[in-house]
Design a protein around this ligand. Structure first.
Ligand code: FAD
Length: 373
């Protein structure tokens, strides 16, 4: 008999498994239908011996000292600041998010101060009465030309929807800068796990109270693994048998390639905002990992309607459908719903860890330890 069955060995499941096993001393069984731990953050050596991320590039960044300190128990870190360039149809590379260099390079200008760049944005910006959609966010800030160059095609590829049909939150995530800062993230902690994500997960789960079973689907074992309580980190609609319908997700397919050359591109990720190619971006892992190797491995990302659930589609009707499932989840005794699939939200890794740690605090206040029932 396990005290807990945890479905999913990603950040949500592994964080809770470790806390419950270590702090509460309870017995935990962690299952995952994939053949590995780590969830979407899983990394592995490819045939050439290069460390790659099977589900696309994962860069750790956080403003939370608590999350950073928590994970530091399970890994050493390598300082890494991610940089992204956008490739124009003519091959020109410009920094993304848009900054002063982007504006100068695209327009043949030599603006030198933030005031000048802000004045440039203001002159381009179109007034929008009520900012509702992703298109409104960008057009009202930097105007239609920059919107069309960087956002329209990219968003249409990424989501299969025009930015005018998407919630404002999608493009609000991407800042526009008047200075020369070309880092993709500005968080206080920006690091990669020195030995990779999978090594960090193995350390988290290496505890005598934790049993890990991969290639194990919940549906196949739910009646054969006796347990008192459960943490569910899979899709919330799947747990309830899709009773109100399927929550829509956008998916991706990845094309991994190894090239017989030391470097492929100048930075970790190059975005392809134009609709002349079907992929959105290409990432080269050696920039992220610091690995020295005569060859290099890259990943192309092709957005897809079908496949693994990656990005909840941010439209009001989907939020309303999720609310129905959330009400069921809240009413389900002894099951805790945690992580990006169980709460139908786009969360970064640090946010999932923070959510799992908050869930653990709730478990601690509501369930006496070793109550046996
Ligand atoms: P997951 O990692 O998805 O883990 C859930 C696990 O549950 C899965 O392994 C799944 O197989 C398992 N599961 C589901 N249902 C069942 C079932 N019925 N039975 C058994 N097992 C089941 N975040 C960042 O902070 N930085 C980044 O750079 C970044 N890049 C990303 C790039 C891409 C392409 C994607 C898709 C996401 C990215 N993220 C990034 C987000 C990051 O992947 C997530 O925040 C994190 O992995 C979520 O952890 P999780 O445990 O909630 O879910």
């Amino acid at each position: 008999m396990f005290d807990w069955l945890i479905v999913g060995a990603g950040f949500a499941g592994a964080t809770l498994a470790e806390r419950i096993a270590t702090v509460r001393g309870e017995k935990v069984c962690v299952i995952d239908r994939r053949d590995h731990v780590g969830g979407n953050a899983y990394d592995e050596l490819d045939a050439a011996g290069l460390l790659i991320h099977r589900y696309g590039p994962h860069i750790f960044h956080t403003n939370s000292a608590a999350v950073f300190e928590h994970l530091s128990q399970f890994t050493r870190w390598r300082a890494y600041e991610h940089r992204v360039l956008a490739r124009m149809a003519d091959g020109m590379l410009v920094p993304m998010p848009i900054n002063r260099t982007t504006v100068n390079r695209l327009n043949g200008l030599s603006l030198t101060s933030e005031e000048e760049v802000e004045a440039f944005f203001s002159a381009q910006a179109e007034p929008v009465e009520e900012i509702r959609t992703s298109e409104d966010v960008v057009v009202s800030r930097v105007g239609r030309k920059l919107y069309e160059t960087f956002f329209r095609g990219y968003t249409r590829k990424q989501w299969g929807l025009d930015p005018s049909e998407l919630d404002r939150s999608v493009t609000s995530r991407v800042p526009t800068r008047a200075d020369n800062d070309d880092r993709y993230f500005t968080d206080t902690h920006q690091f990669m796990p020195a030995d990779g994500y999978t090594a960090m997960f193995r350390k988290m789960l290496d505890h005598p109270n934790i049993t890990v079973m991969t290639s194990t689907d919940y549906a196949a074992v739910k009646d054969s693994i006796p347990h008192r309580r459960m943490v569910w980190t899979g899709p919330v609609d799947e747990f309830f048998g899709f009773r109100f319908g399927k929550l829509p997700y956008r998916s991706l397919t990845f094309r991994h390639e190894t090239h017989d050359q030391e470097w492929f591109q100048p930075v970790g990720t190059v975005n392809y905002p134009g609709e002349e190619v079907p992929f959105t971006r290409v990432s080269e892992y050696k920039h992220l990992t610091g690995q020295a190797h005569p060859k290099t491995s890259i990943t192309y990302e092709f957005p897809a309607a079908e496949g693994d659930p990656y990005y909840p589609v941010p439209r009001p009707e989907n939020a309303a459908l999720y609310k129905q499932y959330e009400a069921l989840a809240d009413a389900t005794q002894d099951v805790w719903f945690v992580g990006r699939l169980a709460t139908y939200r786009y969360y970064n890794m640090d946010q999932v860890v923070a959510q799992a740690l908050a869930t653990f605090r709730r478990i601690e206040t509501t369930l006496p330890r070793g109550d046996g029932g």
